[in-house]
Design a protein around this ligand. Structure first.
Ligand code: COI
Length: 357
């Protein structure tokens, strides 16, 4: 039996429907990889355009040991999610934004990138080919991971001569342990920095994530959920958490560090700002001094994987500040509900952000 990926009208390739039994417990999804049926792959040369790609069974890929991505980290990734609605249809959330961010990152990393249309069509095709892996409503989402890699061989430092655009997917549940909206515990990093002015902190290059592992592992070993980074010039202003952006709330005014090249321009960050403004909150994008954490009423993090996580405590220079969880969950809970209702199709999408497959 074959399925036609009807949503991707520019690519009418058929793929065999996989008949193996789905061995998955939808009630026990964390944020780990589950191998699914198909991945999307296409390649192009250094100055070329990506060809229409194809679906392949999900599995290992071959790469020359001298590939640019393996030797010099010439690689980018994206993350977005698909949710299943009650009626079985599938919703994507703002895939064009990921396509644009990948294009901006590719420019910084000297890589060719798929067009927005190609990117979105490839996402639709991959999701439809793996649609049996989209968790039932309320059980989680299908995490979509597009990769752009310098796959051609280089020995001397230079852009790779060939590039691979690949998309794989995995059903996921909550990023941090615990239920939705379980508070996380952060430690402010005082020695290591995530990014420097003029560097690549503002794009989703793979090296930004490898470089935080040391601090993150040390924090986890001490029982913290993740690390909050400060700016590398003054060691004083909030930047972001290893895997997400940060917001603080004081007297109902919401603030988040402004984007100036060292902070990842999160799509969830941008969406939460718009949702909050629509709900009538004042939102400031500005420099936030680490001392403001002591005075904040609420702190929360946002990201595609994380969605929105309230922060229960932050430790800075040995001092722990705890944030009291109000009965109604506060502003974090309100914004979480507003955003996820849109993403899951529980409310009318008056923002025009979702794409139904
Ligand atoms: C995402 O939120 O999609 C990310 O890319 C963060 C990653 C560390 C899981």
């Amino acid at each position: 039996c074959q399925i036609k990926c009807k949503a991707a009208n520019t690519n009418t390739k058929y793929c065999e429907e996989v008949s193996e039994v789905l061995d998955i417990n939808w009630d026990d999804l964390g944020f780990g990889l589950t191998a699914t049926d198909y991945m999307y792959v296409t390649k192009c040369s250094e100055h070329g355009m990506f060809k229409k790609g194809e679906l392949q069974r999900f599995g290992n890929i071959e790469m020359n040991p001298s590939a640019g991505v393996l030797n010099y980290g010439q690689g980018l990734f994206e993350g977005l999610k698909a949710y299943k609605k009650e009626d079985g249809s599938i919703l994507l959330f703002r895939p064009q934004e990921n396509a644009l961010r990948m294009r901006q990152g590719a420019e910084r990393m000297c890589m060719p990138a798929p067009t927005v249309e190609h990117f979105v069509d490839a996402i639709k095709l991959t999701v439809m080919a793996n649609k049996r892996w989209v968790p039932p409503k309320g059980k989680g989402s299908l995490y979509i991971r597009p990769l752009l890699m310098g796959s051609g061989s280089v020995l001397g430092l230079a852009p790779a001569p060939e590039y691979t655009f690949l998309i794989y997917v995995s059903p996921v549940g909550n990023y941090f342990k615990g239920l939705n909206l379980a508070p996380i515990h952060l430690i402010v990093e005082n020695e290591f920095h995530r990014a420097a002015p003029g560097g690549t902190g503002g794009v989703k290059t793979i090296g930004n994530y490898a470089s935080v592992l040391k601090a993150q592992s040390a924090a986890k070993a001490k029982g913290y959920s993740d690390v909050l980074y400060l700016d590398s010039v003054k060691n004083k202003y909030l930047e972001e958490v290893s895997s997400c952006n940060i917001f603080i709330v004081k007297n109902k005014v919401i603030s988040t560090p402004s984007i100036h090249g060292t902070i990842l321009p999160g799509i969830t960050r941008k969406s939460i700002i718009d949702v909050a403004r629509k709900e009538g909150y004042e939102v400031e994008e500005r420099q936030i001094c680490v001392d403001e954490l002591l005075e904040a009423d609420e702190v929360f993090c946002t990201g595609t994987a994380v969605v929105l996580s309230p922060v229960g405590s932050i430790t800075y220079l040995g001092q722990k500040k705890e944030y009291v969880n109000t009965k109604d969950g506060g502003i974090a809970q309100k914004l979480y509900s507003a955003l996820t209702s849109l993403q899951m199709g529980l409310t009318n999408d008056n923002m025009g952000w979702t794409m139904e497959l």
